[in-house]
Write a protein of this length. Structure first.
Lengths: 247, 416
């Protein structure tokens, strides 16, 4: 699969995105104002990701890919440009609306797992559903089935500190899936893992992709990048390459 | 849904931090005890002062003679003006709406002898209304002198309780005969001990009172040492005193605006000042207590700032997972309020316990303690304290919560 990048991002239907585009970014700029100096982290990104794609975002550190990921995940808002997430404009939303969008549409997976340390694996998986307002019984049942899916049902009552890195990351993936998000957004998901656990996680990603999940992965790991169908390279705040994976 | 969620998140967070929470609650409790006890002492003092003021009588003006300071209609300045016992009737006729007008003639250094016991004391001749307006309430078995005693110049005497004890010791003085400067008097009553702040002729428990007519007959003195006017309502006092001046000015021929002719102690005015002073004292005590409580509140806020700082990452995670800012701030606000509430409750219990304990302690005979009064907890004190506590609790939670809400998830999540 290769999605040619449209220069100005317009697709002509005037709706903000075609029906199968999950992510539609047009001329996105992000400027950090550090008092005296203004740093332009993103200089006009156009990016379109369709439903069911597996995209790897690569680039050297300082290229702006972290900033891009924050914007895609609605953790931050662009200084300029348009962003539609599943057809919904996100650029002008306030903090609480953004929180709702993150809750419903985005599943985050972090390099350092970012599980809440004092509560069990099961409660960690329940957390997004708590914010999403699901009743307790439903939360419990769904969290259990998600842990089953990542193969950790027998560890559901363990605290994160009692789990290995690979297990923590699988709990984090279960948590990311909890609200049935439109995209899974992973930031160096194998960066803190040994090769074996990393391989397991990559296999899990491939499995999720096969099941129809849309995956966006920021990574330095060529092995992981090559599992993706599409590689987007960022340099100096611009998309410099957008190709189908050679694999 | 929102409140329930915030509460769930709060319960989850408050499982931790037990030791810190206990210390914080203790700080608030201590502050609460401090403010409640200070206010309770203030209230006790205020009530005691009010009682003390009532001890001498209320709505009184005490007047003593002086000299003119202005020439008046050809008469020179510096003339002493000395009303006499008969002027009382005249003043009453000119001030018909006064509740009472009485004259007093004092005799210090009077010898009072009973059996072999002789004391030197202060005897006052006055009108029978004195007993009522000056709060000379007789102890059971006795009475103050009445209009008949005054009209018939009876030799009856009413003793202050201290003087009665000095002369008669444990014996009951009522019905006994007492020699006053060698004239025999019948003791008809002894004053009930009373709390008194302020007097104008020495302590009242150590003087004796006889009818003014009897006094004039025995000592052949007419000139009054004091006039006392009592009004029905405090606001009448100023006008009453003006008319008093006019009445005497026309009889003794002086300038009615001459303030030096009489010394006047207007207790209405001084009790207003006193009331302001007691309010001032209470505010002062309240502020001290409030500051103590504030320090407790700062403790709460401080601990919660530390919690926010420690949990920055967790807050960031929760935000990334879709927590709205109120779901982040809510638990902190609740925590601040809960700590303050618990501290306040413990503090209230401790303060109640202490106040009850203090009220059981004997103050009888100890002048300092008697003056201080009993610490009293009242509803307004409780309401004021609760309001201050609530405010401090909200503030102690609000500022840390605001910091928590300001956490930028994008910043906190990425790096270790």
């Amino acid at each position: 699969m290769n999605w040619p990048l449209k220069k100005n991002g317009r697709n002509g239907n005037g709706y903000g995105g075609s029906h199968d585009a999950i992510i539609e970014m047009k001329a996105i700029r992000k400027v950090y104002d550090t008092g005296k100096v203004q740093v332009e982290a993103l200089k006009g990104i156009d990016l379109r990701v369709a439903k069911g794609e597996f995209v790897a975002v690569v680039g050297p550190s300082g290229s702006g890919k972290s900033t891009l990921m924050n914007l895609v995940g609605c953790l931050d808002t662009p200084s300029d440009g348009e962003y539609y997430l599943a057809g919904e404009p996100v650029a002008g939303l306030d903090r609480d609306r953004l929180a709702d969008v993150r809750n419903r549409r985005v599943g985050f997976i972090f390099q350092n797992f970012n599980l809440l340390p004092q509560i069990s694996a099961l409660e960690n998986v329940e957390m997004p559903m708590l914010f999403g307002g699901l009743p307790k019984a439903e939360r419990r049942a769904k969290a259990e089935s998600l842990l089953e899916r990542v193969g950790l049902r027998d560890r559901q009552d363990h605290k994160p500190t009692e789990l290995s890195g690979g297990q923590m990351q699988r709990v984090a993936i279960a948590r990311a899936l909890a609200m049935g998000p439109d995209i899974l957004l992973a930031d160096e998901p194998t960066g803190n893992l040994d090769t074996t656990s990393g391989g397991d996680i990559m296999a899990l990603f491939s499995e999720l992709w096969d099941q129809g999940c849309t995956l966006i992965v920021v990574t330095h790991d060529p092995a992981l990048a090559h599992r993706a169908a599409r590689i987007v390279e960022i340099r100096d705040g611009l998309v410099t390459r957008d190709t189908a994976s050679p694999a | 849904m929102q409140m329930k969620l915030i509460f769930q998140l709060f319960l989850r967070a408050s499982q931790l931090e037990k030791k810190r929470a206990a210390l914080t609650v203790a700080a608030i409790a201590w502050g609460t005890v401090a403010i409640l006890l200070l206010l309770a002492f203030g209230q006790g003092l205020k009530e005691q002062m009010m009682r003390g003021r009532r001890g001498m009588g209320e709505n009184l003006a005490v007047i003593w003679p002086g000299e003119t300071s202005q020439p008046w209609k050809g008469l020179p300045a510096g003339r002493p003006i000395r009303p006499i016992a008969d002027d009382v009737a005249y003043i009453r006729s000119r001030l018909p709406d006064a509740e009472a007008v009485i004259g007093e003639i004092h005799n210090w250094g009077t010898t009072l002898t009973y059996g072999k016991k002789t004391v030197t004391g202060h005897v006052i001749g006055t009108n029978w209304e004195y007993g009522e307006i000056r709060n000379h309430v007789p102890q059971p078995g006795g009475r103050f002198f009445n209009p008949n005693d005054e009209r018939e110049k009876r030799r009856v005497i009413f003793l202050g309780n201290q003087m009665a004890e000095d002369i008669f010791g444990k014996e009951d003085p009522v019905g006994k005969t007492l020699l006053v400067n060698d004239a025999s008097y019948l003791v008809i009553g002894v004053m009930k001990p009373k709390l008194q702040m302020g007097n104008y002729a020495g302590p009242e428990d150590a003087h004796a009172v006889i009818p003014i007519t009897t006094f004039v007959g025995q000592y052949s003195r007419q000139r009054l040492n004091n006039l006392v006017i009592k009004v029905r309502r405090p606001e009448q006092m100023a006008g009453m005193l003006e008319r008093f001046m006019e009445a005497l000015a026309s009889r003794y021929r002086f300038d009615p605006t001459d303030a030096k002719v009489f010394g006047i102690w207007d207790t209405v005015r001084s009790s207003k000042i006193m009331a302001n002073v007691t309010v001032g004292i209470q505010i002062f005590l309240g502020i001290i207590g409030g500051l103590t409580l504030l320090i407790g509140g700062i403790g709460v806020a401080n601990i919660m700032y530390a919690v926010v700082k420690e949990k920055t990452r967790e807050i960031g995670i929760q935000m990334a997972l879709g927590a709205r800012s109120s779901w982040i701030t809510g638990p902190f606000l609740l925590q601040g309020l809960l700590y303050t509430f618990l501290g306040g409750a413990f503090g209230l219990l401790a303060a109640l316990f202490l106040v009850i304990l203090l009220s059981l302690a004997p103050t009888e005979g100890n002048r300092a303690l008697e003056f201080l009064g009993k610490p009293t907890l009242s509803l307004p004190i409780g309401i004021a304290t609760a309001a201050i506590l609530g405010l401090i609790g909200l503030l102690a939670g609000y500022f840390p919560a605001r910091r928590a809400a300001a956490v930028d998830p994008a910043q906190t999540l990425r790096y270790e």
